[in-house]
Design a protein around this ligand. Structure first.
Ligand SMILES: CC(C)(COP(=O)(O)OP(=O)(O)OC[C@H]1O[C@@H](n2cnc3c(N)ncnc32)[C@H](O)[C@@H]1OP(=O)(O)O)[C@@H](O)C(=O)NCCC(=O)NCCS
Length: 152
């Protein structure tokens, strides 16, 4: 089941985040994000197995963060969560942007499967655990088939 995130899901989301990120968001950041953005979770047997945080901005949106619990990856949950979360956006965005670490091949392939493509490279953007930095790939997905909207 995919549903909106509540403040009470913040601990579960932070736990998943701490298992997959070298610089994880805190529980407090998830609480704030549940209120400020369109934050969703995917549940398996009543347990939060992943989350997706989308920030609608005017007629666009930014994908800020998503993750699936390591024990549940590779089963199609991430794709399902991303597609449904995008469909739940109330602002009907023309396009959605995201930034991803160049080394994060699973995420890049998920985003490509969902229709995102690279539009830019931000050099030395992300800090790495070893003190060096790595590039960010900027991706976009065009959502609207109403082309007149794109040229407003
Ligand atoms: C990226 C992530 C959310 C994908 O979630 P998932 O549930 O494992 O993904 P799915 O099983 O739905 O796979 C969907 C697609 O993603 C890609 N993918 C997923 N895992 C992959 C892997 N290990 N290697 C290559 N591609 C992969 C594939 O294109 C896959 O489609 P396919 O099965 O038809 O080949 C998950 O790996 C994760 O939480 N990673 C750590 C956090 C992270 O990097 N978040 C994104 C940056 S904020």
């Amino acid at each position: 089941m995919i549903r909106l995130m509540n403040a009470s899901d913040a601990a579960d989301a932070a736990e998943i985040e701490s298992l997959v990120q070298s610089h994880p968001w805190t529980k407090k950041q998830f609480e704030e994000s549940a209120a400020a953005h369109q934050s969703t979770v995917i549940e398996l047997q009543g347990k939060v197995a992943g989350f997706c945080i989308l920030q609608p901005v005017l007629d666009e949106a930014n994908l800020l963060l998503m993750a699936v619990h390591p024990s549940q990856q590779g089963k199609g949950l991430g794709y399902q969560l991303l597609e449904q979360s995008i469909a739940m956006l109330k602002n009907n965005p023309v396009q959605i942007f995201l930034e991803v670490r160049e080394s994060n091949k699973p995420a890049i392939q998920l985003y490509e499967k969902s229709g995102f493509h690279q539009i830019d490279l931000r050099k030395n953007y992300y800090p790495k655990a070893d003190g060096t930095r790595e590039h960010a790939i900027i991706m976009v997905k065009a959502c609207s088939d109403d082309f007149s909207k794109l040229f407003r």
